[in-house]
Write a protein that binds this ligand. Structure first.
Ligand code: FPP
Length: 241
């Protein structure tokens, strides 16, 4: 399997927990931010590999609601990296047909970063070869709580009848309301946890945990995982005949 072989029965939506940047840098005696910079280069490579592999939706976990607990230096270094990524990559993403969206709570993010995020979403809104969603200040529980708050406000305002609320209603209030659910969730660096990522949306996803650290995660490794997924059978709780 190479990164240019479209995969029959492959996952349309892949979500990735990009873990291991810090350890990758540490192994080289370098600061953690060096690992995040190397990680950003892999993001480029993996996004570019998507069309060739038939992946229409890619959702990546860039910064979690828990990541604020890291040192101030690391947090501000990551925020600078996100700003630069948007500034440097915007034209390339536009030209490559990538539509970018952000999910997560923007309230705690720096105003300049939020402006850049809004601009990139608007700039790429006409694209649809790959839908790249970047989770920034995102937490699955936080997302469900924010959705529930807005749903409750609709009920309180008399615009929503609580008797009609079902799974589809709640899903409409989630950050991901325009996205299909992920088919495959990949986590790098050997940790077998989902760490609050797309909790609601991944109810029927397949999971793949790889020991590879994110900065070492090449498009060929990505292609292999996608090829393996295509060989699995998904039942969605039903018994297939
Ligand atoms: C986890 O590695 C990684 C992050 C918290 C940040 C993810 C960010 C990037 C890949 C940078 C670029 C992203 C974009 C969208 C440009 P870790 O620091 O937890 O690694 P460790 O577990 O080895 O410490």
């Amino acid at each position: 399997m190479t990164a240019n072989t479209p995969v029959q029965g492959g996952p349309g939506h892949v979500a990735i927990i990009m873990d291991g940047n810090g350890r990758w840098a540490q192994k080289r005696g370098r600061p953690r931010l060096f690992g995040h910079q190397a990680g950003a280069k892999r993001v480029r490579e993996i996004v570019r590999a998507c069309p060739g592999l038939g992946v229409r939706y890619l959702t990546i976990f860039a910064f979690s609601t828990e990541n604020w607990k890291r040192t101030q230096a690391e947090v501000s270094g990551l925020m600078t990296l996100f700003r630069r990524y948007i500034q440097r990559e915007a034209q390339a993403l536009l030209g490559e047909g990538v539509r970018v969206r952000f999910i997560g709570d923007r309230n705690r993010l720096d105003a300049k970063l939020v402006d850049l995020m809004d601009e990139l979403e608007t700039l790429t809104a006409g694209n649809d070869s790959v839908n790249l969603t970047i989770a920034l200040n995102y937490g699955g529980r936080d997302e469900v709580a924010r959705a529930t708050k807005r749903l409750a406000q609709e009920v309180a305002a008399g615009r929503l009848d609580p008797e009609t609320v079902d799974e589809t209603t709640l899903a409409r209030f989630l950050d991901t309301y325009v996205l299909p659910d992920p088919d495959l969730v990949i986590r790098t660096s050997g940790e077998a946890r989902i760490s609050n990522f797309l909790l609601w949306q991944s109810a029927y996803a397949e999971y793949e945990f790889t020991p590879v650290l994110w900065p070492d995660f090449t498009k060929d490794i990505f292609a292999d995982i996608i090829g393996r997924y295509a060989g699995r059978e998904r039942r969605f709780g039903a018994v297939l005949g």
